[in-house]
Design a protein around this ligand. Structure first.
Ligand code: GYE
Length: 309
């Protein structure tokens, strides 16, 4: 192996046995995603790993191209966070034919044969949706219906959008006071979250009681739209979102966001361990879950200094 240490900036050189990993990331659409990218890049380092990183800019076609290029380069392991759930069978078969194991991070796929990937490490998005709904119900104690909810969905066809929608609806449907009056995608970005919220406000006027956003960034965009419409976010419209990024804690401290459901993006170290196992040909669980909780406004001040993303 030899040459450890050295190099510029004190960075270790890749060892002879370094595992070459091709990682295809979704994009840089949210605070969650930038924290996730940082975590992956910090974990997959020399001397144990050589990382080839590719950003798909939220487009599946770019991801498929990146995976094909990793296959052509003959990387040891492919890891990727699939933009959407469907449409992966062909390229995953190509990886399998080339004997390159695939580790899914963060988002799930919908494939005909689960043997097309080795394992998935990520959060339970259905449970996150349920948690958001339970918070809404708790927050609405003693209130009469109808309580009108608008929903900002994540990227159409993505696992977190599909699952968070399903989990939220499952719980909210059990309480007849609630009605989801509008539901549309804001693509997990602040800019789209703001635009779609503007359209909701235009269509519904004062008739919106609750906003459920599939991520914090869209909620933060929507908060701006609500303020520009002359209403008070967090008061006139109660707001819950998902991720638990720093921006959400700051919005909670300012009284503008009411609650955030945690979704931990710091998967790098666990991903590195899984890649090692898979590369060594050892048996791994098909699904590895990340543990997380829910935070409310009254906890924001105390919790903010502890946040790592
Ligand atoms: O919630 C959102 C990001 O897949 C869990 O993607 C991830 C989601 C996250 O853009 O902020």
């Amino acid at each position: 192996a030899g040459c450890s240490g050295g190099g510029e900036g004190g960075q270790a050189a890749a060892g002879e046995d370094a595992i070459t990993v091709g990682f295809s990331q979704v994009g840089a659409e949210s605070e969650w995603r930038t924290a996730n990218t940082r975590s992956v890049k910090e974990a997959l380092v020399a001397p144990d790993f050589t990382l080839r990183f590719s950003d798909a800019q939220q487009k599946q076609e770019n991801q498929i191209k990146a995976l094909r290029s990793f296959i052509a380069q003959g990387v040891d392991v492919i890891a990727f966070s699939p933009v959407v759930e469907t449409g992966w069978d062909t390229v995953l078969r190509e990886a399998k034919a080339a004997n390159i194991p695939v580790v899914l991070t963060d988002r799930a796929v919908n494939v005909s044969d689960d043997a097309l990937y080795a394992t998935l490490i990520g959060s339970d998005f259905v449970e996150e949706g349920r948690r958001a709904a339970r918070w809404v119900i708790e927050d609405s104690q003693g209130k009469d219906g109808p309580i009108r909810i608008v929903e900002l969905q994540g990227t159409v066809g993505s696992a977190p959008a599909n699952d968070r929608m399903r989990g939220f609806k499952e719980v909210i449907d059990g309480d007849s006071r609630f009605e989801i009056v509008r539901s549309q995608s804001g693509d997990f970005t602040r800019a789209r979250g703001k635009e779609v919220m503007e359209a909701f406000l235009k269509a519904e006027g004062d008739g919106i009681d609750v906003l459920f956003a599939h991520n914090d960034d869209m909620a933060i965009g929507a908060i701006q739209a609500i303020e520009e419409a002359g209403r008070k976010p967090g008061t006139d419209i109660r707001i819950v979102s998902i991720d638990g990024v720093r921006g959400a804690f700051e919005a909670m401290k300012a009284g503008k966001l009411n609650a955030t459901v945690e979704c931990n993006p710091l998967l790098g170290p666990q991903l590195a361990d899984l890649i090692r196992e898979v590369h060594a040909g050892r048996e791994v669980p098909k699904r590895v879950m990340v543990e997380e909780g829910v935070f409310t406004q009254d906890q924001a001040d105390a919790e903010l200094p502890n946040r790592k993303y």
